[in-house]
Design a protein around this ligand. Structure first.
Ligand code: HEC
Ligand code: HEC
Length: 277
């Protein structure tokens, strides 16, 4: 009976270390991470209603000099080289942006990108001259062109790859690194292994608002919706550790196998010692 008790205590210690040590280590290393805010309530709310066909005309006049919108056959007024010389970053295609960026953030962003992104040097000029109605029209138009269901990879492409490469997935960065360095003060890191290097909660909060975790950083707040943020993080985690699920399944089987082994050994020992006691 004594052996059984020792065995039980050992098993409990092993289980506690196995389940507890990783969360504890992460807690010690990163401290507690503030939760994200997907409603962007630090930005003023205003009413948004709009007419997509008016929005299309407004887009062509106010946005298409820099941005393409390929889903509707609109090409950007400038090529990559000119954009780099002007902004040191290539403006993204906006076909699906309304499915990626939260609506209320987007409205504030169009009016005052520097304030919305919390990056005073954000390269897009403010458009405070547009009225609320005009901004509403533009957003209605952007919604009309956006695909409803985007994958994490598609979101990454439209929201991140103007600054970040993902080399292991053969996804190149769209802006030349020298220009990004001039613009952002450093070359943004490759994202191939980010899903393993950083904890899940860290990635969610960082993408939601980089300033919370790296005060003064030049990565802009991008205003992603909760869904888009979760999808892009899930994608980063999956590509950083494609065999994780498989490994965890095997790990469980190994534990069960070892437990069976322990009990067989115990039973065998009992049998041998039975006659001696
Ligand atoms: C003079 C050029 C220029 C014009 C005009 C312009 N943009 Fe931009 N825009 C940029 C640049 C450059 C960036 C990328 C900056 C960066 O990522 O640091 C950008 C980024 C964006 C983003 C991405 C923001 C995010 O959260 O990922 C959106 C959305 C956007 N612009 C919408 C618009 C809309 C809508 C208009 C028209 C009302 C417009 N832009 C007009 C240059 C421009
Ligand atoms: C306008 C350029 C720009 C865009 C767009 C951008 N980033 Fe960044 N990102 C940066 C810069 C610059 C850094 C380096 C931050 C620092 O060290 O201050 C960075 C760093 C990061 C980091 C590392 C954080 C850390 O603690 O080291 C992650 C993760 C990240 N970005 C994810 C993303 C994702 C995901 C997207 C798209 C949703 C994105 N970024 C879009 C510029 C950008």
């Amino acid at each position: 009976m004594k052996e059984l008790k020792i065995l039980a205590i050992l098993a409990i210690i092993v289980i506690i270390t196995y389940l507890g040590i990783e969360p504890y280590a992460k807690h010690v290393m990163h401290g507690t991470i503030p939760p994200p805010d997907f409603s962007y309530l630090d930005l003023p709310k205003f009413k948004l209603a709009g007419d997509p066909s008016k929005g299309r005309e407004l887009f062509k006049v106010n946005c298409a000099s820099c941005h393409s919108l390929k889903a509707d056959g609109i090409e950007a007024g400038m090529d990559k080289k000119t954009a780099e010389l002007s902004f040191h970053v290539v403006p993204p295609d906006l076909s699906n942006i309304a499915a990626i960026v939260e609506e209320h953030f987007l409205a504030n962003f169009i009016r005052d990108p520097q304030n919305a992104t919390k990056n005073p040097k954000f390269a897009m000029p403010p458009m405070g001259y547009l009225t609320n109605d005009q901004i509403g029209d533009i957003i209605a138009y952007l919604k009309s062109t956006a695909k409803k269901e985007l994958t994490g990879k598609e979101i990454l492409h439209d929201a991140c790859t103007r600054c970040h490469s993902v080399k292991y997935q053969k996804i190149p960065v769209l802006t030349s690194p020298e220009h990004l360095k001039t613009y952002l003060g450093k070359i943004p890191p490759d994202l191939s292994l980010m899903g393993r290097a950083k904890e899940h909660e860290y990635l969610i909060t960082f993408i939601n608002n980089p300033q919370v975790l790296l005060p003064g950083t030049t990565m802009p707040r991008l205003g992603l919706t909760q869904e888009a943020t979760e999808k892009v993080v899930a994608y980063l985690e999956q590509i950083a550790d494609p065999h994780k699920e498989e490994r965890e399944k095997i790990g469980m089987w190994v534990l069960i196998y070892m437990l069976i082994g322990v009990f067989l050994t115990y039973a065998w020992k009992k049998k041998i010692w039975k006659n001696i006691h």
